[in-house]
Ligand binder design. Structure first.
Ligand SMILES: Nc1nc2c(ncn2[C@@H]2O[C@H](COP(=O)(O)OP(=O)(O)OP(=O)(O)O)[C@@H](O)[C@H]2O)c(=O)[nH]1
Ligand SMILES: [Mg+2]
Length: 197
């Protein structure tokens, strides 16, 4: 991977609320989608070997814009605000929905969505809805099950089966068990992402 991309050459390019603010070029983009607090920003930091490039916090619902990260002028990660946070007003939820839908359904640069779910629990109704949405629009999905460090190894198969069942998971999609704490699934994630470009 390091021969293809200098992952150290990464920075936040811009934050966008709508189409008119998106970068105007042909660089491929990979977006991160998932419930608030699932570990999207941590995933970006782990893949780039950075501590705090993508802002992480214990406070869910913090990322409100689409954050575009430039990686070596060859690829962008797009950190999408998380869904499913209870303390969000109806109006903000609608705004969020519009912003995500606009990006996912109209962005020519988009090559794949890394859809993150918490490996410890069954996917939520929102997780199912996101996966269905991506399948409906034929957007390539890389399913990443986060916080694997919190699940004992002996239970991984059982948890994987439960996640797949709840999502009605497509066997052709990639399923990656991941941890930002011990970097499980780091190489598999890069392989899956680069395969989509
Ligand atoms: N144990 C463990 N904790 C993690 C992992 N990934 C993220 N976390 C923690 O989970 C919390 C949320 O992580 P974030 O990366 O900020 O989550 P996010 O999906 O970007 O959240 P929003 O931006 O609010 O949507 C932080 O306290 C992280 O340290 C992981 O793989 N294992
Ligand atoms: Mg975040």
């Amino acid at each position: 991977m390091s021969e293809i991309l200098n992952t150290h050459n990464a920075s936040l390019l811009l934050s966008a609320a709508n189409k008119s603010h998106y970068p105007q070029d042909d660089l491929p983009e990979v977006a991160l989608a998932g419930r608030s607090n699932v570990g999207k920003s941590s995933f970006i930091n782990t893949l780039l070997g950075r501590k705090n490039l993508a802002r992480t916090s214990g406070k869910p619902g913090k990322t409100q814009l689409l954050n575009f990260y430039n990686i070596d002028d060859k690829l962008r990660f797009v950190d999408v605000p998380g869904y499913g946070y209870a303390k969000v007003s109806k109006a903000d939820r609608a705004k969020w929905g519009k912003m995500i839908e606009e990006y996912l359904t109209s962005r020519d640069n988009l090559r794949a969505v890394v859809s993150l779910v918490d490996f410890r629990h069954d996917p939520s109704a929102d997780d199912v809805q996101m996966y269905d949405f991506l399948k409906y629009y034929d957007i390539p999905v890389i399913l990443v099950a986060t916080k694997a460090d919190k699940v004992p190894r002996g239970k991984w198969n059982k948890h994987e089966a439960a996640v797949k069942k709840k999502l009605n998971f497509d066997k052709l999609d990639q399923f990656i068990i991941f941890s930002s704490v011990d970097r499980t699934g780091l190489d598999a994630s890069w392989d899956a992402i680069l395969e989509c470009l």
